[in-house]
Design a binder for this molecule. Structure first.
Ligand code: 5GP
Length: 184
């Protein structure tokens, strides 16, 4: 991967590539195989946490062999800024009863852990049989006690974009993950 800073015309921001497309693809394939291995023959219900996880969930879905269902949940904890607002709000819920199911929460990135903490509480209350969590990225500081069963990459505390992750709704379409270093 070229490590030279690239000007992204859509946002006017400097994006420094951090994790290459190929690296992500290979890791997602490994995660998919691992998740299936652990679940055995069970139907896996992936819960895609909108919007940031949509690209990851779409790739992960295809990387898991066997019986897999996909549900969406939209939760908000960041708003339009790069600073956590500290509160989790459910904006759109799943549309099936998850009692007795083998559920895997699909998160884009864990920062403080606040979002995941709230989500895990929510799904446990719904009496799922098994609750697993996969996060593509882990940031170093987790204030809230959360269990992450699978993760793609550990990163630093920098603000990242691409592969579904946004910067004020932009840059989700980058096929790689990068660090925003400037703004227009
Ligand atoms: P947490 O609740 O763990 O502090 O934050 C999780 C959510 O904040 C993620 O699902 C994501 O939407 C957002 N977030 C945290 N760090 C970043 C980041 O570096 N880039 C982007 N685009 N979103 C982030």
């Amino acid at each position: 991967m070229n490590s030279v800073r690239a000007e992204h015309p859509a946002a006017g921001a400097q994006v420094r590539p951090l994790i290459a497309e190929l690296e992500i693809r290979q890791r997602v394939e490994e995660l998919g195989r691992q998740i299936r291995e652990d679940a055995g023959q069970r139907e896996i219900v992936l819960i895609c946490i909108l919007k940031g996880s949509v690209v990851f969930a779409a790739d992960l879905l295809r990387a898991i062999p066997g019986d897999v269902a996909l549900e969406f949940l939209r939760a908000k904890s960041y708003g339009q800024s790069q600073v956590s607002s500290g509160k989790l709000e459910i904006l759109q819920d799943v549309d099936r009863d998850l009692a007795g199911s083998y559920v895997v929460i699909v998160e884009d990135i864990i920062d403080t852990g606040l979002t995941l903490h709230g989500l895990q509480k929510l799904f446990r209350a719904r009496k799922v049989e098994t609750l697993k969590t996969v996060a593509l990225l882990l940031k170093p500081q987790q204030d809230h006690q959360v269990e992450v069963d699978y993760f793609g990459f550990r990163i630093g505390s920098e603000f990242v974009v691409g592969y579904g992750l946004d910067w004020a709704e932009r840059l989700r379409n980058l096929p790689y993950i990068g660090v925003v270093e400037g703004s227009s």
